[in-house]
Design a protein around this ligand. Structure first.
Ligand code: SF4
Length: 380
């Protein structure tokens, strides 16, 4: 069976979304629907992703008659950059408008030689984690492959001279494994040397614990896994992360033990710390016991306080002492520095502020809120 696009991804004119096809799908479509061979299809595919062409006319070294066939059957989608906010610490938040009017965000986090892009996978999220503002939105819809891979592609074209994205983390709006098919198609394009050409070592997919999908991800793509834990007992995790009612903490930890990790790779466990709640010495002991038999990188994330939640951030010294518990026992444990707080780009803050601003005539307010909006550059 030839690979096929898994969804009908057509615009109002009935044309197919050219960037929602990975290379095998694109090559098959070109051959079966357009009668075009692999070499021409490759030139078109590469021009879409590496040159950022906006129309098929712009594809170099392909006969016009062939390009006309592509143009009659397909369209080239772009995310519309509504706003780019720059934090004092260099973090940049990109707000994109989608074809149907929804908005999503990507966050760029430069840190020395490492430039990480935090990418969204859904509009809103169905997982309803109680501490997360994106969860308040509910799930509006899954992103198409072109909308997922389009984020690193378009941000890459907006960067400063000499800067390039080195890492992709699927930790923006949404639960990536809830949109697994589209995620995999998009990441195949990110990994493809005819397209965005990222190394699989530089791509991390984060999940709250959709256990059956974790194995499926491992079978389909050799990317890194991150698991968002945030509690050390079944009871507390069920309260703050409702997915635990479906897939228990014990089941999740077992799935991590069974996860086929290549040698030298670790699973990143994210642990958002809430003061006086999940940051006690008993929590540290339970967390260590839970993870000690898994190749682990434990990432502690002090909660980002915001007016919408009464949850408090632990003191810095407390966080450092908590980390010490794991380090003393030989576990790789880091504290994530909070970035982009002044532009609400921190973990769990995506989407909500914008959704509220939208209700009130959002763009002007959003710019005023940040006091630092800059007009999006053309040609993203
Ligand atoms: S933390 Fe992640 S999975 Fe949970 S509601 Fe927020 S975006 Fe969704």
């Amino acid at each position: 069976m030839p690979p096929r696009p898994h969804k009908l991804l057509r615009n109002a004119e009935g044309k197919l979304d050219a960037k929602s096809l990975n290379w095998p799908m694109f090559e098959t479509f070109a051959a079966s629907e357009l009668g075009e061979g692999s070499e021409r299809a490759r030139k078109v595919f590469t021009a879409l992703w590496q040159k950022g062409v906006r129309s098929f006319d712009e594809v170099p070294n392909v006969a016009r008659t062939a390009l006309k066939k592509f143009d009659e059957a397909m369209y080239i989608p772009f995310l519309e950059p509504e706003l780019v906010l720059k934090s004092k610490d260099g973090t940049r938040k990109f707000l994109w408008k989608l074809e149907d009017g929804y908005t999503i965000e990507s966050v760029l986090i430069p840190d020395g030689d490492r430039v990480t892009l935090c990418v969204s996978s859904q509009v809103g999220c169905a997982m309803a984690c109680t501490f997360c503002l994106t969860g308040d939105l509910g799930l509006k819809r899954h992103l198409k492959p072109s909308e997922i891979a389009g984020q690193p592609m378009q941000v890459g074209r907006l960067l400063d001279e000499g800067q390039r994205i080195t890492n992709i983390v699927m930790m923006g709006m949404g639960e990536p494994l809830h949109n697994l098919d589209n995620l995999c198609t998009a990441l195949e394009t990110c990994l493809d040397d005819k397209a965005l050409n990222f190394s699989h070592r530089k791509i991390t997919v984060s999940t709250v614990g959709l256990v059956p999908k974790m194995g499926e991800l491992a079978e389909r793509l050799p990317v890194n896994l991150a698991v968002s834990l945030n509690a050390t007992t079944e009871e507390r995790r069920r309260e703050i992360m409702p997915i635990t009612k479906k897939h228990s903490l014990a089941e999740l930890i077992q799935a991590c033990k069974d996860f086929p990790l290549p040698s030298g790779k670790r699973i990143t466990f994210e642990y958002v710390m809430f003061r006086g709640d999940n940051d006690t010495l008993e929590d540290a002991a339970r967390l260590y016991e839970m993870l000690k038999d898994i190749p682990t990188k434990l990432n502690l994330i002090p909660y980002n306080e915001n007016p919408e939640r009464e949850i408090q951030r632990p003191d810095q010294q407390w966080v450092e002492d908590f980390r010490e518990y794991f380090v003393e026992r030989g576990m790789n444990c880091t504290i994530r520095t909070t970035r982009g707080l002044d532009i609400s780009a921190a973990c769990g803050q995506l989407g909500k502020a914008w959704a509220q601003a939208m209700d009130r005539g959002w763009l002007e307010q959003a710019r005023a809120m940040a006091g630092m909006g800059e007009a999006p550059s053309a040609g993203a």
